[in-house]
Design a protein around this ligand. Structure first.
Ligand code: PEP
Ligand code: MN
Length: 335
């Protein structure tokens, strides 16, 4: 729904022309005439309407969207929480999951050892980066296709579904056996990639961009859903603010806000949000208390020598302790 306030000098003919144009776009138009102003109430699917275009018309004073521009992701049109099935493991609604693993896959031994540990300590989905979006081209870029193969081997041995990041739609054939495709913060608005993922049935974990609003995140989810893929998991991973002591600023209010606005599951990544291992446990607990359907935590068996993000990685032992606390907070949330 949208409301357009017309200028006092709008002529009858201008109002008629605009009304006809809007009706031609499938909207019903409710006209209310005051002493000075005329207000048009536009009812129907206004997601295709360019508000700036209407605002630019000479007889228009202002335009306001009353409803959100996202539809498939909108809770108003889908009141029940969505539950996403990842090879029998459910996330969303009453189902909570812990995703854990290293920032990057480094070797078959490394990913397998970490997979076994995090599985034993309560994680149900294994993470690991094979294609890494690094700020510097001189930093470790990931093991690419080999990394995915190593994750698949860890999956075979532990039974855990796997999640790994895609950076280019041309790589999709390599992701055929991957259980959840991750879209990283830097690609949240890579719309061509999102469209390609919309044509799949596979779950997609969509991370919020470093400087993106929640509405922009939901519009990106909408890109995937509009193509037919309803299996989208939203992920808050911290946003860039003026604060420098932490890598990013974890926007915890995103969790209840996204849950109000959307039926999609919401996961929090306290590792990238803080960048500091000792902050991961308190932030993970806070995320669960705020209503997250899952947490994604970086775990490494040798953080000091990790090829990427060692400073924010928990050891398996630390993860075990954190997982125990998360379970306790979860009990309080669901009580
Ligand atoms: C990651 O999860 O490995 C990652 C690169 O995260 P982000 O896209 O949130 O920076
Ligand atoms: Mn990382």
């Amino acid at each position: 729904m949208m409301v357009a306030v017309l200028k006092p000098n709008a002529t009858k003919e201008q109002i008629e022309n605009l009304t006809e144009w809007l009706k031609g776009r499938g909207l019903s138009v409710h006209i209310s005439k005051g002493e000075f102003y005329t207000i048009l109430g536009l009812i129907g699917d206004t997601s295709q309407i360019d508000t700036e275009l209407i605002e630019g018309l000479e007889m228009v004073e202002s335009v306001k969207r009353i409803s959100e521009p996202f539809k498939s992701a909108n809770r108003k049109f889908h009141p029940e929480d969505s539950v996403i099935d990842v090879g029998g493991i459910k996330i969303g609604g009453p189902h909570f999951q812990m995703i854990a693993g290293p920032c990057s896959v480094e070797s078959p031994e490394q990913i397998l050892a970490i997979a076994k540990d995090v599985c034993a300590f309560g994680a149900s989905i294994l993470r690991g980066g094979a294609f890494k979006p690094r700020t510097s081209p001189y930093d470790f870029q990931g093991l690419r296709a080999d990394g995915i193969e190593m994750m698949l081997e860890a999956k075979r041995q532990t039974g855990m579904p796997i999640i790994t990041e895609i950076m280019n739609a041309d790589h999709l054939p390599m992701f055929e056996k991957v259980d959840i495709i991750q879209v990283g913060a830097r690609n949240m608005q890579n719309f061509e990639l999102l469209k390609e993922l919309g044509m799949l049935k596979k779950p997609v974990l969509l991370k919020r961009g470093l400087a993106n609003t929640l509405q922009e995140l939901l519009m990106s989810a909408e890109y995937i859903m509009a193509g037919g893929n309803q299996n989208v998991i939203l992920c808050e991973r911290g946003i860039r603010t003026f604060e420098t002591y932490t890598r990013n600023t974890l926007d915890l209010s995103a969790v209840p806000m996204l849950r109000d606005l959307s039926h999609l599951p919401v996961v929090v990544d306290p590792s990238h949000a803080s960048g500091i291992a000792r902050l991961v446990e308190p932030m993970a607990m806070a995320a669960v208390a705020a209503g997250a359907h899952g947490v994604m935590i970086e775990v490494h068996n040798d953080p000091v020598n990790a090829l990427c993000d060692g400073a924010q990685s928990l050891t398996p032992e630390q993860f075990s302790k954190t997982a125990g606390k998360i379970r306790k907070i979860r009990e309080v949330v669901t009580a």
